[in-house]
Design a binder for this molecule. Structure first.
Ligand SMILES: Nc1nc2c(ncn2[C@@H]2O[C@H](COP(=O)(O)OP(=O)(O)OP(=O)(O)O)[C@@H](O)[C@H]2O)c(=O)[nH]1
Ligand SMILES: [Mg+2]
Length: 467
């Protein structure tokens, strides 16, 4: 870990590159002030060294060699240890253009700073002990959050919801271990300190708590990763119209001619806090013969979308009786999660939900009109319900959103189960202790206490530069 914690001063542009109101160049490290002093001239003409922590100063970014002003800017100063990294941090808010930001960055580099690696500011906050690894990862989750709900989960973890839970689990494992170790020192009293039944109970409760946490990973994932929905149906039933109506924009071409959509078209919406990726597809035809190569490729893509989607939005034309093509698609959808929409309600219904039910079995069948908007709220609700698949929305507590955490928890659970088996098999206390130590170490990985340098590098390389 020590080789990752370097004593130099790093710099990066911390805002996205492009045109914006402002852009920020951030410096962190023991020489942050010395370097900033070389390239920033405050209008007050005071020395930066005299500025109090957590103050903002107007001035100019100046090239120290030519004395030329590069940009007008505001400088914020956060002295160690009350800063993001716990080091001295200086942030220069420039005008938000690529050139002023790049120039300021180059001047800082020439003045002795080193270009920060991705996530290095957050890495320093972690290595210097301001946050643990689970919290550092929550920072990346906040930046990547795609809905309000996933942001809420990530924020809870930044505030330490997951870390507290993991620490509590570690505390329980430690307490069991200390009892065991006392027993090892006095073999004749082995396990007597706690009766065997009490051991079973405690191990079981521990396992159940880890299982609860793991369950939030499954339930939480859809809020982070979203749900892929394929809009399928035969040509001309109104798939693209429904995509447009759900997105509230004119995304896909709609026409009265069957075979309008040839390629797959994607759009994103957030429903019930879940990000949905809607994929409009080319109408499914029974026979691929007689299609031109573009249509044939469109059909192949439709198939791929149908197979790759977690949810189907199967569209039928309600103004017509079921066709052989509809039946074929309904047959494929039988074993899939999804919502059937009987569309074109405004034209009068020639197709009743019962007729669809006979062919489908389970799953919601709704009547709607992409044209008038009739029934679309019910379609949205049904999509959320199907996506949740009987799970209740997660209202409070820690939510595991990260594969690394999930994997570590699963290993810890495995170790606890092994411990229970060792106990049942009447193995000696050493074996039990071994399993518990594995659980302890694995839980420590989540907080970063026992994470290797490679693991840390891997995690922080996925951050953006300047974070
Ligand atoms: N009256 C009425 N017409 C609709 C409705 N939905 C779609 N249409 C019409 O049906 C025709 C086909 O609509 P599209 O959305 O292009 O159908 P599609 O399923 O995407 O068709 P392909 O891309 O060819 O597979 C268009 O003329 C739409 O205006 C509806 O709810 N009511
Ligand atoms: Mg279409």
């Amino acid at each position: 870990m020590s080789s990752l914690l370097r004593e130099d001063t790093i710099v990066a542009i911390s805002t996205p590159l492009g045109e914006g109101g402002i852009g920020i160049v951030r410096l962190s490290g023991p020489n942050a002030l010395v370097i900033a002093e070389k390239i920033f001239v405050p209008t007050s003409c005071k020395s930066l060294q005299d500025f109090h922590s957590h103050t903002i100063h107007h001035g100019f970014v100046v090239d120290p060699l030519s004395g030329e002003k590069v940009d007008e800017a505001l400088l914020s100063l956060m002295r160690s240890p009350r800063s993001y990294t716990t080091e001295d941090v200086v942030e220069i808010s420039c005008h938000g253009g690529v050139v002023p930001l790049r120039q300021t960055l180059v001047l800082a580099l020439q003045a002795g700073a080193r270009l920060a690696e991705p996530g290095e500011f957050t890495l320093r906050a972690f290595l210097r002990g301001r946050i643990d690894l689970a919290q550092a990862e929550a920072v990346a989750e906040i930046i990547r959050a795609r809905t309000e709900r996933s942001l809420k989960f990530a924020f809870r973890n930044l505030e330490g919801a997951l870390s507290r839970e993991v620490r509590a689990l570690k505390g329980e494992v430690c307490s069991l271990l200390s009892v065991l170790e006392a027993g090892v020192d006095f073999p004749e009293e082995e396990l007597e300190v706690l009766t065997e039944a009490r051991w079973e109970e405690r191990l079981e409760a521990l396992g159940a708590r880890i299982e609860d946490l793991l369950r939030t990973a499954q339930d939480g994932r859809i809020y982070y990763e979203g749900v892929r929905v394929a809009i399928v149906g035969r040509p001309n039933v109104g798939k693209s119209s429904l995509l447009n109506a759900l997105l509230g924009e004119d995304r896909a071409i709609v026409s009265p001619y069957p075979g309008t959509t040839r390629d797959t078209i994607e759009g994103y919406i957030s429903l019930g806090g879940i990000p949905f990726c809607l994929v409009d597809t080319a109408g499914m035809r029974r026979k691929a013969e007689g299609l031109d190569p573009v249509e044939a490729e469109g059909l192949r893509r439709s198939r791929r979308s149908l197979e790759g989607a977690e949810l189907l939005l199967l569209i039928l034309d309600g103004s017509q009786a079921l066709t052989v093509e509809d039946e074929a698609i309904l047959e494929e959808a039988r074993c899939r999660r999804g919502v059937v929409v009987i569309n074109k309600e405004d034209l009068g219904l020639a197709l009743q939900p019962e007729q669809v039910r006979e062919r489908l079995g389970r799953g919601p069948i709704l009547i709607a009109s992409a044209k008038t908007g009739y029934g679309l709220d019910k379609v949205r609700d049904a999509m959320v319900e199907q996506a949740l698949n009987g799970r209740v929305p997660l209202e409070e507590g820690a939510v595991v959103a990260n594969l690394r955490h999930q994997e570590a928890l699963a290993r810890a659970l495995g170790a606890i189960r092994l411990a229970r088996e060792s106990l049942k098999a009447g193995m000696s206390a050493e074996f039990l202790a071994l399993d518990l130590k594995v659980a302890l170490e694995t839980l420590g990985e989540i907080l970063g206490e026992t994470a290797s340098e490679d693991v840390l590098k891997e995690i922080f390389s996925r951050f953006c530069i300047g974070k």
